[in-house]
Each structure stands twice: as structure tokens, then as C-alpha cells.
Design a protein around this ligand. Structure first.
Ligand code: PPS
Length: 271
């Protein structure tokens, strides 16, 4: 099937109709943020699932109950997905944690008014592309990617779901609310996860002792997180996501050579 058949266009970008209904987009537009909400923002394949594990563990001071019992999509839900309408998010206690793949210029009036805290995660576009290519082959609600070259053209032209990586990163990097936004890269987390946990905990005003930081980082490294069935997408029926085509937690590698050479490394200063 084609993009026209499987996707709706919302604010200029493609969204898969199966997971984004007009009702859910209206829900998103009218969503009431609280100032102490935490909103994780990612372009797809940039570290979304990883943050859905790390942030709840930081907020719970390392208590694994939530990440062991609630699937990542309900634990830290996407505000723009159909599921969000049925999760009674207005009744969740503060501080609530949400996620969105939306570009900066797609954010709602409520977001700009309330200015909740944002953690923006970015990843090297070469690895995003590769991850996106494999994901498009395994997820039945996405248009099959074709060859790598065909998918590369779609990726570069912003014809993949959620639009262009370049627009996404540019928009959020030049956001007006910089004092409410923490920027972090997937590569920074690959290089030193414990230091990343420390930085995120500081941003969230959640003090953790060194042992707790070490434990959270240990739990969230790829090989360990991959075992958590609440986070590895093994609970999703295979007609929706087929692990025989590609696993969701596929390789978990980042291109870090330039970061290692860079003095900006600890600030996640490179894309
Ligand atoms: S999605 O569909 O947007 O929610 O996908 P997202 O979670 O953003 O990205 C999936 C990629 O993130 C990798 N991943 C991890 N890498 C390192 N460590 C941990 N713990 C981790 N968890 C998820 C996942 O493997 C996907 O990358 P690739 O390159 O495909 O392996």
C-alpha cells in the first residue's frame, strides 16, 4: 500500500492512520499540560524507548516496579496516539511523563502557554535512517520501505512518518523555551550512560546517590533492557510488528567517533 492509503497528513507530515485518529489529534491539541510535566521529545528511532525506561527509573529513585509491570507505551505514553485518549492522563499524579514525536512547530497552544520541561533526544541521522529502514520493514502499519536507496530518498525528502529529521532537529534546537529544555544525544548515552543518567536526574531535580545512578545505568544498557518484555515490544502481536523481519531493539549502536574526539562530548554538543 502507498503513503496516500496508509497515512494521513497532519500539519504537513505523514502520520500512520492506524495509530493516530482524528480524535486523538484533537485530544492532543486540547491537552492540558501542567508546569511540572516532563515531555520527552524524539524524532523516531532516536532513543524514545530508551528514555521511556530511564526517566521513570530516575523518577522512582530506582524502584523498578513501574518498568517491570507497565509496557513502555502506557508508562510514558505518546500524547498524539489514539491510546492516549483512553489512559485518563488528567488523573495521573504529578509529575507526569509523556512522549511525543512531534516537531516543534506542531506543538499545541497549551504547550507554548504552560512550558513543561522537555528532554529532547537526538541521534545521528545515519543511524536513525538505518533503524527506521528496518523498523519500516517490520511494522505493518508503515509503508514497506522498498530498497535502502528508495527509503533514503523518502527519508531525505521528509516523506517518512513525522517528517524530516532535519526539520525536527532544527526546530527543536532553535526552540524559544531553551531554559525548559534539556538536549541530549543517543551517542552521549552510548558513550557514558551513568553520566547521562546523572545529567537527566539533575535536570529533573531528582537527587540520586552514586550507587543508584550506577544501578539505573546498568539496568538500561542495551543487553539488559532488551530482556525487559515491558520494553522490548515482544508483547505486540507479530501481525503488527514482526520480530522475524527485524527486532525492535535491533543493534543499539551509536556512531561515536566524532564525539570521542570532541571536547563537547560531555555536553552532547554534536549531532
Ligand atoms: S521509536 O519507534 O521511535 O519508538 O524507536 P526508538 O525507541 O526511538 O528507537 C529505537 C532504536 O533505539 C535503540 N535502543 C537502544 N539503544 C541502546 N541502548 C538501549 N537501551 C536502547 N533501547 C532502544 C533500538 O535498538 C533502536 O535502534 P537500532 O539501531 O535499530 O538498534
Amino acid at each position: 500500500m502507498t503513503e496516500e492509503e496508509m497515512y494521513a497528513t497532519y500539519k504537513g507530515v505523514y502520520l500512520p492512520k492506524v495509530v493516530h485518529s482524528s480524535e486523538s489529534l484533537k485530544y492532543y491539541e486540547e491537552f492540558s499540560f501542567r508546569p511540572d510535566d516532563i515531555l520527552i521529545v524524539t524524532y523516531p528511532k532516536s532513543g524514545t524507548t530508551w528514555m521511556q525506561e530511564i526517566v521513570p527509573l530516575i523518577m522512582s529513585q530506582g524502584d523498578p516496579e513501574l518498568v517491570d509491570t507497565v509496557p513502555n507505551w502506557d508508562r510514558v505514553p505518546w500524547l498524539e496516539e489514539t491510546r492516549a485518549c483512553n489512559l485518563n492522563l488528567d488523573q495521573r499524579p504529578s509529575p507526569r511523563v509523556f512522549i511525543t514525536h512531534f516537531q516543534y512547530n506542531m506543538m499545541s497552544t497549551g504547550f507554548f502557554k504552560v512550558k513543561p520541561r522537555v528532554i529532547y533526544v537526538m541521534r545521528n541521522p545515519r543511524d536513525v535512517f538505518t533503524s527506521y529502514f528496518h523498523f519500516s520493514g517490520m511494522a505493518s502499519y508503515l509503508v514497506t520501505p522498498g530498497t535502502q536507496t528508495e527509503f533514503l530518498h523518502k527519508f531525505l525528502d521528509g516523506k517518512a512518518i513525522f517528517g524530516s529529521w532535519f526539520d525536527h532537529v532544527k526546530g527543536w534546537m532553535s526552540a524559544a523555551e531553551q531554559q525548559h529544555i534539556m538536549y541530549i544525544s543517543y551517542e552521549e548515552m552510548i558513550l557514558d550512560l551513568e553520566a547521562s543518567v546523572t545529567r537527566i536526574a539533575q535536570f529533573l531535580d531528582t537527587p540520586l546517590d552514586s550507587e543508584m545512578k550506577r544501578k539505573i545505568a546498568e539496568r538500561c544498557v542495551f543487553k539488559n533492557m532488551k530482556k525487559n518484555k515491558m520494553s522490548n515490544y515482544s508483547l505486540v502481536p507479530s501481525e503488527f510488528m514482526d520480530p522475524n523481519v527485524s527486532e525492535f531493539l535491533r543493534k543499539g549502536k551509536g556512531y561515536c567517533r566524532r564525539l570521542e574526539e570532541s571536547s563537547n562530548c560531555s555536553r552532547g554538543g554534536l549531532l
